[in-house]
Ligand binder design. Sequence first.
Ligand SMILES: Nc1ncnc2c1ncn2[C@@H]1O[C@H](COP(=O)(O)OP(=O)(O)OP(=O)(O)O)[C@@H](O)[C@H]1O
Ligand SMILES: [Mg+2]
Length: 286
Amino acid sequence: MLLTIGDLVEEILIRLVSPPRRGADTLVRSARLRGGSGANVAALVAEGGGDVRFVGQTGDDTIGHVLADDLRQRGVSTRVTHLGGTGVTITTSGEGGRSRLVDRGASSRVTLIDDDVLDDVSHVFLPASVFAADPLASAMDSMLAITRERRLAITLGAPGTADLEEIGGPAFRELVSTLEPDAVVLNRAEHLALDCAPREPLAGARLTVVTAGPRPTLVLREGSGESVPVAPVPSIRDRTGVGDGFIAGFVMSRMTGADGVAASHAGHRVAARVLGQLGPTTGRRS
Ligand SMILES: Nc1ncnc2c1ncn2[C@@H]1O[C@H](COP(=O)(O)OP(=O)(O)OP(=O)(O)O)[C@@H](O)[C@H]1O
Ligand SMILES: [Mg+2]
């Protein structure tokens, strides 16, 4: 089975129809969704019929319990603890592009991960945010030691802007060379932010997979690079969770032994379904 670890937070989308006015009210459109890459990938894998366990923490508050119950009902085997307050991400779109306000709340305050979360696990997905702040980053150590001992495959998500500031580019590259993951999945901006040349793979990773929205995905390894085209998606409803959709499809496919190109096609298919829905879902229930 797949294990994912990471944030489980409330995601509030705010669609601005006019610029926000300081010191006054501004009318907006909004939606409340689930956020957190580890949790989203777990939910999307479960929607695709995959066997998946999620480990994380929310606050001991109403929304925290609702988010954990929802994951469980979607078929994810959950190991969620509850402490303090649930984190929230507020994404605004519309006027001036997308921007995100991030409070990880209880998600980064995990102090202990039981070794038995790895029972029956063959593949682990880790968003880079698990390495961004203590105590969670330190709580990962023992689990990572067992992952290495058992030679479990790891897929690593890339650090977004805020996580990269916390972790540091050289430290993330060092992490990749130590963990020797099956794949690191990044978008173009994240690849560039790590000071990589356009077709440069990350040392230590078997595959470096660079997505670029509607443009072809690059599957890079030492000495070779393949370009995987993305089929046009005619009606896009909302792009929340599209990167997590790609990862869910990609990882599920890798777990069945597919090569990087076939797995990228699978990632594109799940991402396309997520684009047709509001929020990080394909709209399917397994
Ligand atoms: N406009 C689009 N048209 C078709 N497919 C898209 C589009 N945008 C994204 N995708 C699909 O989603 C995948 C990931 O997209 P992208 O590179 O934008 O990820 P991301 O920036 O990591 O997303 P996120 O903001 O969710 O983290 C692409 O490889 C593609 O399959
Ligand atoms: Mg992304």
